[in-house]
Design a protein around this ligand. Structure first.
Ligand SMILES: C[S@@+](CC[C@H](N)C(=O)[O-])C[C@H]1O[C@@H](n2cnc3c(N)ncnc32)[C@H](O)[C@@H]1O
Length: 281
């Protein structure tokens, strides 16, 4: 197995911090070594040192995205942290439907800001269809962004296996998904059953690449931002910088949800807490 020296790990950690805001503590060294070795094994072999030297000398954006994918985690699920969806129902959808709250031009804009393979933006779209159907006259759009190639490809494909649908009610599965048989791996004769998100849901979601630590030109303003389970990978300064950027693209009264294990407490940001891990501009 190819080895990772402390110097090379530090070099990788420096790239990850500068480019993506990721904070790779020394505890992550073994994990990074395992992921890099496994990547190199699957791609014809080679030494970690050479791989990193290549990134240092002549980095292409694509090489960097390969490294990003190796360092990041895409764990996600449909309707994760149900309290956030309950909050949206109570504080946003119900008042909008009753007419006690309004949005300019009846346009509702949501952003899933680290969307991973799509469970989060598609959950937002399903909830919007349930609570503000097209007949309500609202124009709802969800922007789904991530940096990872793997995540964006999964999001675009929008096809999930049985295990990835855990947590979805039978009603939602029946209403919003179509069962499909797709070739498994390279053996076209062997298929697996997967569940494809229906077009009705997909057409509410626009998928784009966005690095959260780069500028947000052309984004917003948003009524809702889900920035969940990504700040745990950032150090304090990066968290502050990212939340301030989010604030800049939120409408007054807009809602920001962070992961249930995340908090903005200790960050000096102009957002007020509205519920556990939910903030309002
Ligand atoms: C654990 S997933 C969270 C997915 C979803 N938000 C959820 O809570 O289920 C973290 C995601 O953050 C993305 N991510 C990490 N750093 C990022 C950055 N600097 N810019 C954009 N996305 C980033 C990763 O690619 C990954 O898909």
């Amino acid at each position: 197995m190819s080895t990772l020296t402390e110097t090379t790990f530090k070099r990788i950690a420096e790239i990850a911090r500068r480019r993506w805001g990721l904070s790779l503590g020394e505890r992550k060294m073994q994990l990074v070594a395992n992921r890099l070795s496994s990547h190199l094994r699957k791609n014809g072999g080679g030494e970690i040192e050479d791989f990193v030297q290549r990134l240092d000398k002549n980095p292409t954006e694509e090489d960097m995205l390969v490294l990003f994918d190796l360092l990041s985690t895409n764990v996600t699920s449909f309707f994760r942290d149900p309290a956030h969806f309950a909050h949206l129902e109570r504080e946003l959808y119900t008042p909008l439907a009753k007419g006690t709250l309004s949005v300019p031009g009846r346009k509702l804009r949501l952003w899933s800001a680290a969307c991973s393979t799509g469970a989060e933006p598609y959950s937002l779209a399903m909830q919007a269809l349930e609570l503000l159907p097209p007949s309500s006259g609202f124009d709802v759009k969800i922007l789904a962004t991530d940096l990872s190639n793997k995540a964006l490809a999964g999001c675009r494909e929008a096809t999930y296996n049985e295990a990835q649908l855990t947590g979805l009610s039978p009603e939602r599965r029946a209403r919003f998904f179509t069962k499909v048989e797709v070739p498994k791996g390279t053996a076209a004769a062997v298929t697996e059953t997967r569940w494809r998100v229906k077009d009705e849901v997909r057409k509410l979601v626009e998928i784009r690449r966005q690095n959260l630590v780069e500028n947000y030109t052309g984004l917003g303003p948003f009524d809702v931002i889900f920035l969940r389970n990504v700040m745990i990978y950032f150090d304090r300064d990066t968290r502050h910088e990212v939340v301030m950027r989010m604030h800049g693209v939120m409408r007054p009264g807009g809602i920001l949800a962070v992961g249930s294990a995340e908090t903005l407490s200790g960050l000096d940001v102009p957002l007020r807490p509205a519920a556990a891990s939910v903030y309002v501009r």
